[in-house]
Write a protein that binds this ligand. Structure first.
Ligand code: PAF
Length: 285
């Protein structure tokens, strides 16, 4: 694996590698890697001759400075995992490589409705930060294929919108969420949970799965309120539990029984904010 810190060096390596490799696949990360990230890398390796992974904890996407400070950094372990996985290039830039003109006056992206709901509502500015870094990384790497996890469902929609806005000829692949044996969605933030919190964290995925089983056509408001109360009762500080269209994330209060649905939740266990989502399987009646 080649380790690169400078955008100009990465550019050169990819330009020469691309001739031989054909397609380039890209997996952007903020490090603290787990099996979920490795599954994105595997997907890229199957479909591309060259796989580039980046590790960059992007300051502009943290609306809470404490969250940024406490974001887990496990660089040596990450490098070992990526080596073992056979990644071709790891790009782990300095902040100045990504934002050469500083952190002020960065681009603004018209994300419309997506920025006003769920993560957009509870983490103001977060998705602008995601777009700023992903846009810059895509310009540097110029991949054919981009791999991101369904765990960040809304982020995937935002990046799809970013690709539309910028016209970059890149295909976004949204890969399934990997879960721990008890159902907890894999996440770098899980590392920050104390053992007792880790045990309780699984309640988020259990609650989302319960909604998926209970949902029937008609009013859905009661069901999401019930789910919020369940999580609060179990000691979470809930930002939201929502049932939305899987196609465009429009919140669905009254379901026609046909529209594909996704359930989403965000809740704190003490200091750690966890998110998860599940597609609701359609039943043939
Ligand atoms: O999902 C993440 O880890 C980050 O939001 C991303 C896409 C790497 C941008 O910093």
């Amino acid at each position: 694996m080649i380790l690169i810190k400078r955008a100009s060096d990465l550019h050169k390596h990819i330009a020469s590698g691309r001739k031989q490799a054909g397609n380039v696949g890209f997996v952007p990360t903020m490090g603290a890697l787990h099996e979920g990230h490795l599954s994105l890398i595997e997907a890229s390796q199957k479909e591309n001759g060259l796989t580039v992974c980046s590790i960059f904890v992007n300051p502009t996407q943290f609306n809470d400075p404490k969250d940024y400070e406490k974001y887990p950094v496990t660089m040596d372990k990450d490098i070992a995992l990526l080596e073992e996985q056979g990644v071709d290039i790891l790009f782990y830039p300095y902040v100045e490589e990504i934002y050469p003109n500083g952190l002020k006056d960065l681009g603004h992206y018209d994300l419309g409705y997506l920025e006003t709901i769920l993560e957009g509502k509870y983490r103001p500015g977060h998705f602008q930060g995601v777009c700023q870094v992903v846009h810059r990384l895509l310009e540097i790497v110029q991949p054919n294929n981009l791999y991101m996890g369904q765990k960040d469902y809304q982020q995937c929609m935002v990046v799809k919108r970013l690709l539309e806005l910028t016209g970059l000829p890149i295909e976004l692949h949204t890969c399934p969420t990997l879960r721990e044996p008890d159902g907890l969605a894999m996440s770098s933030r899980n590392m920050r949970l104390h053992p007792e919190e880790r045990q309780r964290a699984v309640e988020i995925s259990r609650t989302l799965a319960a909604i998926g089983k209970e949902v029937i056509p008609g009013d859905l408001v009661k069901l999401s309120l019930w789910a919020e109360q369940e999580l609060s009762r179990k000691g979470f500080k809930v930002d939201y539990v929502a049932i939305a269209s899987a196609l465009d994330l429009r919140l669905v209060d009254n379901w026609d029984g046909k529209e594909p649905l996704v359930t989403l939740a965000a809740a704190f266990l003490n200091e750690v904010r966890l998110i998860d989502n599940m597609l609701v399987p359609l039943r043939n009646e």
